[in-house]
Design a protein around this ligand. Structure first.
Ligand SMILES: NC(=O)c1ccc[n+]([C@@H]2O[C@H](COP(=O)([O-])OP(=O)(O)OC[C@H]3O[C@@H](n4cnc5c(N)ncnc54)[C@H](O)[C@@H]3O)[C@@H](O)[C@H]2O)c1
Length: 263
């Protein structure tokens, strides 16, 4: 493919666990051109064969870029956005841990400046399907619990994916779910966090990457829907799909399901 038709891509959070996978995946894609990598770490601490910057403004001033992929920290992503908008670069955001107010800000700054943008709390196809299947099952059960397990370094709990799944289940169930409220709770919190009355239990430990399980309960039966990921490569098909589609989006778009439904 001639160079001029390639989508030019920068990576923010490039030295991180997912950022490095993005660098590798974009480098391999023949329709994409990796322009630069940005991270707060000193260049000496990492080895990336691509122009490397600690400063997003400097990076985008020096490298014409169409799309920036962000897997960093919520605060770092928010700090990056005004520069990205200034350079008319479309953000594809994988970072999690944003408040609702942050998410409104991200959508508004993109929409107000007519810059197409995209965010997904989970870039794996399996998690998107889990959410859809759980929403399909929700009307038929009165009890539900959500368990999510991640690696020990994850800084937000519950996961953005668990919150999104809870919202999808809630939207698909007309009344509140039934819940057990313990009358004796010597160790508070044993029933987990609660979103719309749906209990969420978060586990963090080595040997895990990202795992989500929804358990529905009804008289004499339960239904378990579970998704496991074991390698960060799992995010790359979704990330590359978002990079290829973001420039043709009209409004700021949330969730990989929106891109799949567009196919
Ligand atoms: N949406 C998804 O599917 C998905 C999947 C995995 C991880 N995540 C999220 O992506 C984010 C990154 O995950 P990770 O496991 O790669 O984390 P990580 O800690 O390995 O990487 C984060 C990187 O961001 C860099 N960074 C921090 N502050 C910065 C700043 N101000 N400017 C530039 N770079 C900065 C860090 O130096 C680090 O290299 C987290 O929020 C995580 O929850 C999302």
């Amino acid at each position: 493919m001639p160079n001029k038709t390639k989508i030019k891509v920068a990576v923010h959070g490039a030295a991180g666990r997912v950022g490095r996978e993005v660098i590798a995946a974009v480098s391999k894609a023949t329709d994409l051109q990796l322009t630069c990598a940005i991270d707060q770490l000193d260049k000496g601490q990492i080895s990336l064969e691509v122009p490397y910057y600690n400063n997003v403004e400097e990076a985008l001033s020096e490298h014409s870029t169409d799309v920036i992929v962000d897997f960093s920290l919520a605060a770092a992503c928010l700090g990056m956005l005004p520069h990205v908008i200034h350079h008319k670069v479309s953000p594809v955001i994988g970072t999690t841990g944003f408040s609702d107010k942050d998410l409104r800000y991200i959508a508004d700054i993109c929409n107000d400046n007519k810059i197409p943008g995209f965010i997904a709390p989970n870039f794996t196809i399996g998690a998107v399907l889990l959410s859809k299947l759980a929403a399909m099952a929700a009307p038929y059960f009165e009890y539900v619990d959500l368990i999510e397990e991640h690696h020990e370094n994850k800084i937000d709990s519950p996961s953005g994916t668990a919150i999104q799944i809870a919202n999808a289940i809630h939207d698909a169930h007309s009344d509140p779910f039934s819940q057990n409220h313990p009358t004796r709770e010597p160790y508070p919190g044993a029933r987990g966090a609660s979103i719309h009355g749906i209990n969420i239990h978060s586990s963090r430990m080595p040997g895990r990457l990202a795992h989500h399980q929804v358990t529905f309960g009804g008289p004499g039966q339960s239904l378990i829907i579970r998704h496991d990921t074991n390698d960060r490569e799992c995010y790359m098909p979704g990330v590359l799909m978002a990079v290829r589609k973001v420039l043709s989006l009209h409004d700021f778009t949330v969730g990989l399901d929106q891109l799949l439904d567009n196919d």
